[in-house]
Design a protein around this ligand. Structure first.
Ligand code: FAD
Ligand code: SF4
Length: 510
């Protein structure tokens, strides 16, 4: 019999049909899983995120053992733990007399490179848990001047035969987004996401995280994420029946005190491998075909998974390891401390950050049009902003976080796929939320003391980048509006923006 190989399974690779497990030999190979401090601390991950990953890893290791695998598992508090993946591999290789390691390629350039440079050879197999391989995305992108998600999505619908009526889109349209921008009303019935009970494994991990990561960001308890595949599937089934039928209508809405609205809250499970993207799309399609959910909601949901999620990953690997370092708009302002504390008089920011601290979750529009929009307008350093997003969300892994932050929210990649910067004044937030009603600032006040900071910062951003954006057809109208404004008004905008930015630079609360 040949020498045993080590099979490395990472914390976001908790899928039984992982390529490396399909390729392994149960009677010979050793599965290596390790809770290493290096991975828990390279950014100050949210306490709930660390707990979710460690608890799910422990459950997954137990399932592999039940399935007949030999698993060498290193808990965080094991005195022999070297706290680095490459050192754990060397330690286990010596212990089991193994000469090689095989893994499924990580979703992060950093880890791919780390494994390439480990003293023991590691071969990395493709991660085929996605619906579009890195190679297929590169082939699709080749020779295209612009990468447009909508065209990619249509091809994915055809390729996977999802929501199709022969070779036409179901209902005659590819995209029902126009029906999906209703602001939510406070008296709508909002389903509460499924709260999972702790088992012994979760309880033990929560104590461990409280003890070992006392300074990390975020509220650990109450903790209601599922840590098993069965739990994640229950959350999936809950979403399909309780929230999907209204998912689309209120997809962009924000309401104070309603952290989840009709969103699925499934991304943490999907991104660590407890749920399968194609299964989610097929189940959503069935809800439509059997008359339980309307087409605009089901199409909207499927577009997020089959379209955006796959597209974003394609961009990350297509653009290469330097992607997360880009800073096309030369933004250099430090991330204000209130991104961590939530202590700001801007109600929208306080809500989005406060909910992020408590739940390790905020939905797409909060991430893009509140915290992301502020970072863009204020010219915050993209790498500091990206580090924040990578740390604070339970679903954050670099392949999905970086294109959303560097590309979509901050335009720091010079528009690889976003045709315009997602810059907006307070009017957008006021239209889509009820935050402004209780804000210290007045959204209708454009300049001066007490004005909504998003208002002058919006114009200041456009002026700072006039050369880059004025010929952009989707932004040029704003420049025409500016040029028609009288000089006093222009000066008031400039002065107000300068005063807000000066406060930020002085570390003062706004
Ligand atoms: P739902 O609203 O229920 O959407 C359904 C699913 O679609 C999600 O579960 C998710 O898997 C997928 N999806 C939707 N939009 C995107 C998108 N833009 N990119 C990739 N997948 C998408 N998503 C992450 O999974 N991890 C991140 O680290 C992350 N960082 C983000 C940072 C910024 C600045 C922005 C604007 C978006 C980010 N997103 C990220 C995308 C999106 O905000 C989350 O996927 C979504 O909020 C997860 O909540 P949900 O499961 O309730 O999503
Ligand atoms: Fe946010 Fe401005 Fe509205 Fe306040 S007034 S909640 S700062 S958009």
């Amino acid at each position: 019999m040949t020498a045993p190989r080590l099979i490395l399974v990472l914390g976001d690779q908790l899928s039984h049909d992982l390529s490396v497990l399909r390729e392994g030999v149960k009677s010979r190979d050793i599965v290596v899983m390790a809770e290493v401090r290096d991975e828990g601390t390279y950014v100050p991950h949210h306490a709930k995120k660390i707990a979710l990953i460690l608890a799910a890893m422990r459950h997954f290791a137990a399932e592999l053992k039940d399935d007949g695998w030999t698993v060498a598992y290193t808990p965080l508090d094991d005195p022999d733990n070297t706290h680095a993946i490459s050192k754990e591999l060397l330690r286990r290789a010596e212990e089991y007399d193994a000469e090689s390691v095989v893994s499924t390629a990580s979703g992060e350039w950093r880890l791919r490179s780390l494994l390439e440079h480990t003293p023991i050879p590691v071969s990395q197999l493709p991660d085929d848990r996605f619906l579009c391989s890195e190679g297929d995305f590169a082939a699709w992108a080749k020779d295209r001047d612009t990468l447009t998600m909508e065209y990619f999505y249509r091809e994915m619908r055809r390729r996977h035969d999802i929501l199709m009526d022969g070779d036409k889109p179901e209902g005659g349209q590819w995209n029902y987004d126009k029906e999906n921008r209703k602001p939510a009303e406070p008296d709508l019935f909002m389903p509460e996401p499924l709260h999972h009970q702790h088992d012994e494994v979760v309880a033990e991990v929560l104590d461990l995280v409280a003890r070992e990561f006392p300074e990390t960001f975020g509220t650990l308890r109450p903790f209601w994420f599922a840590a098993t595949r069965a739990g994640a599937e229950a959350a999936r089934d809950w979403f399909m029946t309780e929230a999907l039928p209204r998912f689309g209508d209120y997809q962009d809405a924000m309401l104070a005190g309603e952290d989840f609205l009709y969103h699925s809250i499934l991304s943490p499970y999907l991104n660590i491998g407890l749920l399968d993207p194609l299964d989610l799309c097929r189940r959503a399609e069935t809800e439509y075909r059997e008359g339980r959910a309307p087409l605009n909601c089901v199409e909207g949901y499927i577009r997020q998974i089959l379209g955006w999620r796959e597209f974003i990953r394609g961009v990350y690997f297509l653009e290469g390891p330097d992607y997360a370092e880009r800073n096309a708009l030369n933004a250099t302002r430090d991330l204000p401390w209130f991104y961590w504390s939530g202590e700001t008089k801007m109600a929208c920011m306080a809500h989005a950050i406060g909910q992020t601290r408590d739940e390790a979750y905020a939905h797409h529009i909060q991430r893009l049009m509140v915290t992301g929009n502020f970072a863009l307008l204020a010219g915050l350093d993209p790498q500091q902003v990206a580090e924040w997003y990578l740390a604070v969300y339970a679903d954050a892994f670099e392949w999905v976080e970086a294109p959303n932050v560097i590309g979509m929210a901050l335009h720091a990649d010079a528009g690889v796929f976003a045709t315009k910067p997602y810059a907006a004044s307070g009017a957008y937030i006021n239209r889509m939320s009820d935050y402004c009603k209780t804000c210290h600032y007045s959204v209708s006040k454009k300049t001066g003391e007490g004005c909504c900071p998003f208002n002058p910062l919006y114009w200041d951003f456009l002026l700072r980048h006039r050369e880059r954006f004025e010929k952009n057809r989707r932004v040029s109208r704003s420049y025409a509006t500016w040029d028609k404004m009288d000089a006093d008004k222009q000066e008031a905008y400039r002065d107000s923006a300068a005063a807000i930015l000066a406060k930020l630079d002085a570390g003062e609360a706004i």
